[in-house]
Design a protein around this ligand. Structure first.
Ligand SMILES: *Cc1c(COP(=O)(O)O)cnc(C)c1O
Length: 849
């Protein structure tokens, strides 16, 4: 039955409880315990059954209960306190205004296909989403003028349960937007703000929802409206849902629709951040606007757009990139090709590394890189891996100089550290521990936390986890219709006093969730004789059959080997389950196949709670102090044979458990405290908290990405985009004459024997053809020579132009010294130079002697 009209009915709150509405609609409650406790206190059962959704609670709670708390002095006092805290938070001056004192209004638009903010908004699938959510929370904490842009999926990411055989089943909850902390954006007449996007043969409309994350707004598009046709209704139905065509529809809506939505809302972003390549079409839309509205050429518009766009890549393998067949790109985006005035080949080349390969698919990561003035990977190791992956975009540049940086991920401390642990840190470190940098003296106070207190607190977190696991397990067993005996057995799984190893992550095969089962006899021995237990959780992608197989293997192992007392698999891993596990386990296990884990963040959450990591040297762990804050499995070796690698690394895992982890955990003094363990916990807190958090991370993004990109945005726009035009003309000129540059002469007067720190003058003569010394920088490139005869990790020395001679040849000089002995090499190269260029490395424009 279709209604003839619909109404958005909001809860009727007694006047005195009005502050609850504002509290419920700002996700600040997700990381503020006062507010969270307030809602839990309002109705504990509803809080749980609504999946911690205060808006749904206020809509369904009985009027009697509301009237009751409206008279409850204690409740009201807590409510007023929470409301004040939100007010104070929103007005706190924070970090950003101190960094950017200019009056120019900046806006940083952060595009992502998924956002993991809180459990009642299931629009995320895993780490990428949780990272994006934490990015928004910390941007809010730091006061950045940032807005998020995404899609609002009608179907939530699936809820997981297992059938009796241990095979993953998926249930898709339907998101009821009106009962979620969402606002529908309306214009001054109260009409829904709508945007339209062109698709082949039709327009698709979308409306805009906002979720308020502290001070930061996240805008999400929703196509499930009239007059869209049924197919188009489903564009925002499911996260990464459907086939390749649906993927294309979604990415067009995210990138192109996202840019239009911001405009419709009256926002003028000065920097666009593409979190992963899904949103890279945004660059095309920005270029279109500048062509049609500002009268720029494609090349001028591209300079202007690129200057203010940045890109973060998250995958360490080329199979992870989003690829589209060329004909699909032309089918869906042919009109952009026409507007830009490009041939099909030129247009497709925007998404190809090798522009001459006319068969190559269109790669969204390549498009994003070509359209960005700053690119980064998500850990130091992943930054390097990305340099190798994308080196083909900068042929003849040494891999170490490929302009891709590493900005290591972090986690939002207030969201992932357990409440009693935060209170403990607050007591001993002071309130600034949340964002104090590593060199702050405050971290020395970690040593002053009494061992007893830290340990008792941690034991309490472990007990809380055990209680949670038992309840959670029973609930899911009931849902599945399990036998009463099975449900009863779940009542005493896990032992709150036993060394607990946590493993929770997506069940992608490269994460090797079953590595610990490689030698059944050995792991059984460890579990039964060494007092160790495992808590395991994670979802496999619905189409990932091998991933589901791993879950089944674990369930079967538990059942067939009678390991119920030692291992639990917790279904339906989500943000809440994660928070319990990273607080209540003792050790956080991670066994990816290096270097497949670009960063990983759950280990950071664990570390912040004082857990010790036991992990393959991959992602963030590779750059952490892995000796003092946990244990590395292996030493970062590369193996050609995966079976052999599994054998070696599983054996290393067992050895570590038996020889290091178990003895340290159970070595107690007369008061029952494992002093050695606690000391390692303190190292984990002291060394990892200050760095692996999103406060540090968003400041890095701001300083390396947003601020420079915004500055360039304002420069490019000056005088009717004059700088963009200048840069575009210059680039065309440089490309035309680049290959005519000749290095005529290099004069090194020195014989081939040199001493350390001896100065060696070098002179060079260059024929710059039609270019001038202002167009190029000439550099010496020096460094140790390896066995293959290559200079590795070379250093550069700028050569100075001493003027041009009668024939127009440029004379360059510089002094070189070597600070280390051995076989050293020297080379010379020419790079382009322009005051508006964001980086001296332009694809193909490197000339080596
Ligand atoms: C933190 C988190 C992740 C990411 O964990 P990894 O270590 O990157 O696998 C995934 N899912 C949830 C629910 C999380 O909270």
């Amino acid at each position: 039955m279709q209604p003839i009209r619909t109404f958005n009915v909001s809860p009727a709150l007694p006047q005195r409880l009005e502050p609850l509405r504002k509290l419920a609609y700002n996700l600040h409650w997700d990381w503020n315990f006062e507010t969270k406790d307030l809602f839990r206190r309002l109705d504990r059962d509803l809080w749980e059954s609504s999946r911690h959704n205060p808006v749904l609670m206020l809509g369904t709670i009985s009027q009697t209960r509301l009237n009751e708390v409206a008279e409850d002095e204690g409740f009201l006092a807590q409510m007023d306190r929470a409301a004040r805290q939100l007010e104070d938070y929103l007005n706190d001056p924070s970090w950003y205004p101190k960094q950017r004192t200019s009056k120019r209004k900046e806006c940083f638009a952060y595009f992502s296909a998924e956002f993991g903010l809180t459990a009642c908004l299931p629009i995320y699938s895993g780490g990428l989403g949780v990272l994006a959510g934490d990015h928004l929370k910390s941007a809010s904490d730091q006061g950045l003028p940032l807005v998020g842009v995404g899609l609002l999926y009608q179907e939530g990411y699936f809820a997981q349960y297992l059938n009796a055989d241990g095979w993953q089943q998926e249930r898709y909850p339907i998101n009821d937007f009106y009962n979620m902390p969402l606002h529908l954006e309306r214009d001054e007449n109260g009409e829904e703000i709508r945007i339209e996007v062109d698709y082949p043969g039709r327009k698709v409309y979308a409306r805009i929802w906002r979720v308020q994350v502290g001070r930061v707004a996240l805008y999400m598009l929703d196509t499930n409206i009239e007059p869209n046709n049924p197919y188009d209704h489903d564009i925002t139905d499911e996260l990464y849902g459907g086939d390749l065509d649906m993927r294309m529809h979604q990415e067009i809506m995210l990138g192109i629709g996202g840019v239009r939505a911001l405009k419709a809302l009256g926002l003028e972003p000065t920097c666009y951040h593409m979190n992963e390549g899904h949103s890279a079409f945004l660059a095309l839309e920005r270029i279109r606007c500048m062509i049609q509205e500002e009268g720029l050429s494609f090349y001028e518009a591209r300079e202007a757009a690129r200057a203010s766009q940045i890109f973060t890549t998250h995958t360490p393998v080329s199979a992870g990139f989003d690829l589209f067949p060329p004909d699909k790109i032309l089918h869906y985006l042919g009109h952009y090709c026409d507007i830009c005035g490009l041939s099909h080949e030129q247009f497709l080349a925007l998404g190809r590394a090798d522009t001459g390969d006319l068969e190559a698919p269109f790669n969204m990561a390549t498009l994003a890189i070509k359209m960005s003035s700053f690119v980064n990977g998500v850990s130091q190791l992943h930054g390097q891996v990305s340099q190798a992956l994308f080196q083909n975009l900068w042929p003849n540049l040494p891999e170490s100089e490929v302009p891709i940086k590493g900005i290591t991920n972090g986690v939002h401390a207030r969201s992932c550290v357990a409440k009693p642990t935060q209170e403990l840190y607050e007591r001993y470190l002071g309130p600034n521990w949340i964002e104090a940098p590593a060199n702050d003296r405050l971290w020395e106070r970690v040593a002053k936390i009494p061992d007893e207190e830290l340990w008792r607190n941690h034991e309490r977190c472990r007990s809380d986890l055990v209680v949670f696991v038992r309840e959670h397990l029973q609930k899911t067993l009931r849902l599945r219709g399990a036998s009463p005996a099975e449900i009863a057995a779940a009542e005493d799984v896990l032992d709150p006093t036993v060394l607990t190893i946590g493993f929770a992550r997506r069940f992608a095969t490269y994460k090797r969730a079953t590595l610990f089962l490689r030698d059944i006899a050995r792991i059984k021995h460890i579990l039964q004789n060494k007092k160790v237990q495992f808590a395991i959780a994670g979802k496999a992608h619905p189409k990932d059959i091998p991933g589901k197989e791993l879950i089944r293997q674990i369930v079967h192992f538990i059942r067939e080997e009678n390991m119920m007392d030692y291992i639990v698999f917790l279904p339906d891993y989500d943000i809440n389950v994660s928070r319990m596990m990273v607080a209540g386990c003792d050790v956080w296990l991670n066994t990816p196949r290096r270097p497949r884990e670009a960063s990983g963040t759950s280990g950071m959450k664990a570390s912040m709670n004082g857990l010790l990591n036991l992990s393959i040297l991959d992602g963030w762990w590779d750059e952490a102090d892995y000796v003092r804050t946990g244990w590395p499995i292996g030493a970062g070796e590369d193996y050609a044979d995966p079976t052999y690698q599994d054998d070696v690394e599983a054996a290393a895992l067992y050895d570590l458990l038996e020889q290091e982890v178990v003895p340290l955990f159970y070595n107690r003094d007369s008061e029952g405290i494992p002093r050695g363990w606690v000391s390692k916990m303190k190292d984990a807190i002291r060394l990892n908290c200050p760095f692996f958090n999103t406060a540090r991370m968003v400041r890095d993004y701001a300083e390396l990405g947003y601020f420079p990109a915004s500055d360039r945005y304002f420069v490019m726009k000056q005088d009717g985009y004059q700088p963009a035009k200048e840069l575009s003309n210059w680039r065309a000129k440089v490309f035309e004459h680049w290959y005519s540059i000749k290095i005529k002469e290099i004069d090194i007067s020195q014989p081939s024997e040199l001493q350390v720190n001896q100065t060696m003058p070098v002179k060079a003569v260059l024929d710059l053809s039609q270019l001038t010394p202002d167009d190029v920088r000439v550099q010496l490139y020096q460094g140790a020579v390896n066995a293959d005869g290559d200079i590795v990790n070379g250093m550069t020395v700028e050569m100075e132009c001493q003027g041009t001679d009668a024939e127009g040849l440029g004379l360059y000089t510089a002094d070189v010294t070597y600070t280390t002995s051995g076989l050293q090499g020297l080379s010379l190269r020419v790079l382009p130079k322009h005051r508006y260029l964001s980086s001296p490395y332009l694809p193909r424009l490197v000339l080596w002697a």
